[in-house]
Design a protein around this ligand. Structure first.
Ligand code: ADP
Ligand code: MG
Length: 210
């Protein structure tokens, strides 16, 4: 499968936070992770992104080992993106520059930025700075930046929980259609069961250990 995680375990102060977690997912699919607060959802994403080490288990992505018993690819080489609910844009860069920041390849960079701005309907706001944008718009830029990076896997940790319900659903559905266009594989953390079943190809529940 495009993504495979086998027997992933992680301890915090001798306590099992993640215990033999398994999942597989095809390219371009959406997996949601649900579970009550403290069940290890954020910890799982941090491990996959490479921000928490000392896990055991095997993680492969796009036919490459990300980590196993012998190997642990560095965070910045994983091509895995992570978007938090309290997203951060660079305050001194405008929208276009914030999006451009994620694009490492120089090849057709200008065209790529324009097509992303168009897709997320921000062409007319490209020169605004974050302080000139509403919360919803800032989150849209954060998501656009994450997509522009073309990650092999994009991890979203309750990405819309700061937004009101209408905006949340609108932005969520738009975002999913952008991710599909770009064939980006998503792991989406939420504690909202209804959201989980509305958007995903598979739902995995984490159970709180303590
Ligand atoms: P969730 O995102 O599902 O709410 P977390 O992954 O944040 O859960 O936390 C899972 C468990 O790991 C909790 O019991 C939490 O207390 C513990 N934990 C995670 N990170 C830390 C940390 N840096 N310090 C202390 N405990 C932590
Ligand atoms: Mg969390």
């Amino acid at each position: 499968m495009y993504l495979d995680i086998k027997n992933l375990s992680f301890k915090y102060d001798q306590i099992n936070i993640i215990d033999s977690f398994n999942m597989s997912a095809p390219k371009g699919s959406i997996t949601t992770i649900i579970g009550e607060s403290g069940s290890g959802k954020s910890t799982l994403l941090r491990i996959l992104a490479g921000l928490n080490n000392s896990q055991t288990g095997i993680f492969t992505l796009d036919n490459q080992i990300v980590f196993n018993e012998y190997k642990n690819v560095e965070t910045h080489k994983r091509k895995i993106g992570l978007v938090f609910q309290d997203y951060t844009l660079f305050p001194h860069l405008n929208i276009e520059q914030n999006i451009a920041f994620g694009i490492h390849s120089k090849h057709k960079k200008k065209e790529r930025i324009q097509s992303i701005l168009k897709m997320v309907e921000l062409e007319n706001d490209a020169h605004k700075y974050p302080y000139e944008c509403s919360g919803g718009m800032q989150q849209r830029v954060a998501l656009a930046r994450a997509i522009a990076n073309q990650p092999k896997l994009l991890l979203l940790d309750e990405p819309f929980s700061n937004l009101d319900q209408d905006l949340k659903i609108r932005l969520r559905d738009q975002f999913i259609s952008w991710a599909k266009q770009e064939e980006i594989t998503l792991i989406w953390v939420t504690h909202d069961m209804e959201e989980a079943y509305a958007i995903s190809n598979q739902v995995i529940e984490l159970i709180k250990k303590i």
